[in-house]
Design a protein around this ligand. Structure first.
Ligand code: PLP
Length: 396
C-alpha cells in the first residue's frame, strides 16, 4: 500500500473560502474572497466581444489539430505588443520571446521551472504580503522564497524604504517578483519615479525582474498599467513576464495567459525560447487553443479591439465607483476608522485593515466572506450588497 499514510491537505486559503461560501445556506451571503469580477447584478458575465469572437471562430475553425508547443503565434505576437507597446525596442530587436501558457499561474510555473533548470538562480524575492499562490508555486518548483517589505500598516500605503532596504540583501541573479499593476492583495502600486528607482536597483545589483501582470487594464488603463514594466524593460537587459487574460478578458476558465522572456540579445532569447518549450513539452506538451484564439481574434481586429477596450473600461470604472460608494457608506454608517485610503488603491482588491477576528465575525455572524488577511475583493461589491457589508463592518 502506498497511499495509506497520505494526510488531508489544508484547504487553499482563497479557493477553500469559495468552497465554504458555496456550502453556506444563508440567503444574505456575500463573497468578497476570490478575485473574480462581478457586475452590479452580482454575475461574472462573458464579455460581449468574447461572444462575438467565439461566433467568428465557430465559423472559420476547420481543425482541432494540436497547436505547436509555443501555442498560437499570432496570440504570442499580440501579447508582446500589449505588454511593451506598438513600437517597442525589445520587440524590434527580437529580444523578447513569448509562449502561450495556461493562465497566469501556468506562466509563473513554467517561468520558474525554466529558471530552476536552466540558470544558476535559486532565490526569488516577493512582496510582503503577496498573492498566496506565489509562495506555493515557487517553493513547489524548488526556488527559495524571500520577502521584501511592501505594506505600511500605519499609513495603509507603500513602505518603499523597506522595499529598497530589503532588496539590498539580494544577490546578483536573484529574481524579484513585481506586480505589474493592481498589487494583489494591497491594491497599492508604484509610481513612475519608484519604478525608475527599482529599475536602477535591478540594473545595479543584477537582479532579474519577474513581473506578474494579471490585471492589465484594471488599474488606470491598458497602456498606463504597463508603464512600470516598460520603464523596467527600457533599462534592465533580462526580465520575465507572466501575464494573464483571466480578468481583463473575463476568460477565467479558458486558462489563458503567456510567458514572455526578454534577453540581452536575440540569440540568447532564441536559446531561452527553445528551452522554455522543452519545459512545456515535459509538463503538458502543448497548450489548449480556444482562449488564445479568442484573444488573438479580438486583438487583431480593430473593431473588436475597440469593443474590448470599452468593456474593460466599464469593469474598471464600476470597481472605482464601488470603492467610492463603499467608503461613503461606511462613513454614513458612523464607522470612525478612516477607510478613505481604499479610494486610492488600484484594481480588484483592497487591503481593508480588518483583523482576523473581525474577518471571522463577519463570516460567522453576517455570512460575509473575506480572506483572512483582510483582503476584500471590491470587484464582488454591488450597489445592493454594499449597505449590507457596511452595516456588518460597522458592527464588528
Ligand atoms: N497573479 C496574481 C497576482 C493573481 O491575482 C492571479 C489570479 O488571481 C494570478 C496571477 C493567476 O491568474 P490565472 O487565473 O490566469 O492563473
Amino acid at each position: 500500500m502506498i497511499f495509506t499514510h497520505i494526510e488531508q491537505a489544508a484547504a487553499d486559503p482563497i479557493l477553500g473560502l469559495n468552497d465554504a461560501f458555496k456550502a453556506d445556506t444563508r440567503k444574505t451571503k456575500v463573497n468578497l474572497g476570490v478575485g473574480v469580477y462581478k457586475d452590479d447584478a452580482g454575475q461574472t458575465p462573458i464579455l460581449n466581444v468574447v461572444k462575438r469572437a467565439e461566433a467568428k471562430l465557430l465559423e472559420i475553425e476547420k481543425s482541432k489539430n494540436y497547436l505547436g508547443i509555443e501555442g498560437v503565434q499570432q496570440f504570442n505576437h499580440a501579447v508582446q505588443t500589449l505588454l511593451f507597446g506598438d513600437n517597442a525596442e525589445v520587440i524590434a530587436q527580437k529580444r523578447a520571446v513569448t509562449v502561450q501558457a495556461p493562465g497566469g499561474t501556468g506562466a509563473l510555473r513554467i517561468g520558474s521551472e525554466f529558471i530552476l533548470r536552466h540558470t544558476q538562480s535559486r532565490t526569488i524575492w516577493v512582496s510582503n504580503p503577496t498573492w498566496a499562490n506565489h509562495q506555493n508555486i515557487f517553493t513547489t518548483v524548488g526556488l527559495e522564497v524571500k520577502t521584501y517589505g511592501y505594506y505600511n500598516e500605519g499609513t495603509h500605503g507603500l513602505d518603499f524604504d523597506a522595499f529598497l532596504a530589503d532588496l539590498q540583501h539580494a544577490n546578483a541573479g536573484d529574481l524579484v517578483l513585481l506586480h505589474g499593476c493592481c498589487h494583489n492583495p494591497t491594491g497599492i502600486d508604484l509610481d513612475d519615479e519608484q519604478w525608475q528607482i527599482i529599475a536602477d536597483l535591478c540594473l545595479e545589483k543584477e537582479l532579474i525582474p519577474f513581473f506578474d501582470f494579471a490585471y492589465q487594464g484594471f488599474g488606470r488603463g491598458i497602456e498606463d498599467d504597463a508603464q512600470g514594466l516598460r520603464i523596467v524593460a527600457a533599462k534592465v537587459p533580462e526580465l520575465i513576464v507572466a501575464n494573464s487574460f483571466s480578468k481583463n478578458f473575463g476568460l477565467y476558465n479558458e486558462r489563458i495567459g503567456a510567458l514572455t522572456l526578454v534577453a540581452e540579445n536575440s540569440d540568447v532569447a532564441a536559446c531561452s525560447y527553445s528551452q522554455i518549450k522543452r519545459v512545456i513539452r515535459a509538463n503538458y506538451s502543448n497548450p489548449p487553443a480556444h482562449g488564445a484564439l479568442i484573444v488573438s481574434t479580438i486583438l487583431s481586429d480593430a473593431e473588436l479591439n475597440l469593443q474590448w477596450q470599452q468593456e474593460l473600461a466599464e469593469m474598471r470604472i464600476r470597481i472605482a465607483q464601488m470603492r467610492e460608494l463603499f467608503v461613503e457608506t461606511l462613513m454614513a454608517e458612523g464607522v470612525k476608522q478612516d477607510f478613505s485610503f481604499i479610494k486610492q488603491q488600484m484594481g480588484m482588491f483592497s487591503f481593508s485593515g480588518l483583523n482576523i477576528e473581525q474577518v471571522q465575525q463577519l463570516r460567522e455572524q453576517f455570512a460575509i466572506y473575506i480572506v483572512g488577511s483582510g483582503r476584500i475583493s471590491v470587484a464582488g461589491m454591488t450597489t445592493s450588497n454594499i449597505p449590507v457589508i457596511c452595516k456588518a463592518i460597522a458592527q464588528v
